[in-house]
Design a protein around this ligand. Structure first.
Ligand SMILES: Nc1ncnc2c1ncn2[C@@H]1O[C@H](COP(=O)(O)OP(=O)(O)OP(=O)(O)O)[C@@H](O)[C@H]1O
Ligand SMILES: [Mg+2]
Length: 312
């Protein structure tokens, strides 16, 4: 596994459980490990039985964690633009830009891009200080959008920049006499933010598609729908040049089940396991059994022992 390890998969399959177990495993091995959650539902605190939040928290020796709060990030992002802008543009323009920013803040996707920004910032800032950064992501749809954002937003950013430049020519015409105003336009906060964003997106794309830096792990359960979804998701990610090398098959029933009902379930499960093994024969497959209790920090080690085979 590489230094950055993303865990993705459908809702409820065990992403938080396996990413926590893997981070725990790395920390036990002596690697300084950072576990980051990008999931708005904040489930790391359930496993570690403590509040984590957006401040770096030490969980145990070598294991640190933080959770990104999409709403908080989105608001901070907008607040920051507003603050920058107040110093340099006229009150009329401030009003108009504020209106646009507020509209953007509630538009779909703005939380996701704020989370993405924050995640990239964390990766860039902490990369040097940690041996391993493990990222617990939100369910598939969300994750795929998150990871394909740099690709999608690249073109979109260019269009926004162009549009903004055009709009500014109008501003410029209206204030032709006013040198100060022209200067203000050159320092346009929206343009500089858009440009900064674009640079960040390019940097993010470089990071995410760096096969020597990033590993992407997909979690699934041996059932029909998760298999179909995983096939599609793996294809989509690969289209964006993000390669999935490892799959975790989580919640595997014990071999010695009793009773007709469980025997039938086990038979079905074996059929799906075989399908996974055949279809994904070129991937590392890690099998994690269903345990008979809730996953908490005390029993994470039972799950983390299954990672041994992909340790390096
Ligand atoms: N191997 C396992 N044995 C027993 N319980 C498990 C196992 N893996 C996960 N669970 C339980 O299943 C539930 C869902 O797991 P988890 O929160 O890790 O999934 P998730 O993929 O992160 O979900 P979400 O998509 O909501 O973020 C949790 O209650 C967890 O304790
Ligand atoms: Mg989760």
């Amino acid at each position: 596994m590489n230094k950055l390890v993303f865990f993705g998969g459908k809702g409820g399959v065990g992403k938080t459980t396996s990413s926590s177990a893997y981070a725990y495993y790395c920390a036990e091995k002596g690697e300084k490990t950072l576990l980051v959650s990008t999931d708005p539902a904040h489930s790391l605190c359930d496993i570690f039985e403590r509040k984590i939040g957006s401040k770096l928290t030490e969980i145990k020796e070598n294991l640190f964690s933080l959770e990104i709060d999409p709403e908080e990030e989105s608001q901070a992002y907008i607040r920051n633009i507003k603050r920058n802008m107040k110093d340099i543009v006229s009150p009329v323009i401030v009003k108009e830009i504020e209106r646009q920013l507020d509209a953007a803040a509630v538009s779909p996707g703005s939380d996701e891009s704020a989370v993405f920004d924050k995640l990239m910032e964390i990766i860039i800032d902490y990369q040097k200080d940690y041996d391993r950064i493990v990222i617990d992501t939100a369910p598939t749809g969300h994750t795929l959008r998150l990871l394909s954002l740099p690709e999608l937003l690249g073109g979109w950013m260019d269009r926004l920049i162009e549009k903004r430049m055009k709009a500014m020519e109008l501003y410029e015409m209206a204030t032709r006499e006013d040198k100060k105003m022209k200067n203000v336009i050159e320092k346009d906060p929206v343009l500089s933010k858009l440009n900064e964003r674009k640079r960040k997106m390019e940097q993010a794309r470089e990071i995410l598609t760096d096969g020597d830096l990033v590993s992407f792990v997909f979690v699934l359960n041996p059932e029909k729908l998760p298999i179909e979804e995983t096939k599609k998701a793996v294809d989509t990610l690969e289209k964006y040049k993000i390669y999935v090398n490892t799959l975790i098959i989580n919640r595997i029933l014990p071999d010695n089940v009793e009773g007709k009902f469980w025997e039938n379930r086990k038979k079905l499960e074996n059929k799906y396991l075989k399908e996974i093994e055949e279809y994904f024969s070129n991937k590392n497959l890690i099998k994690i059994p269903l345990i008979d209790e809730d996953v908490k920090i005390d029993n994470l080690k039972h799950i983390s022992k299954y990672f041994v085979e992909i340790s390096d």
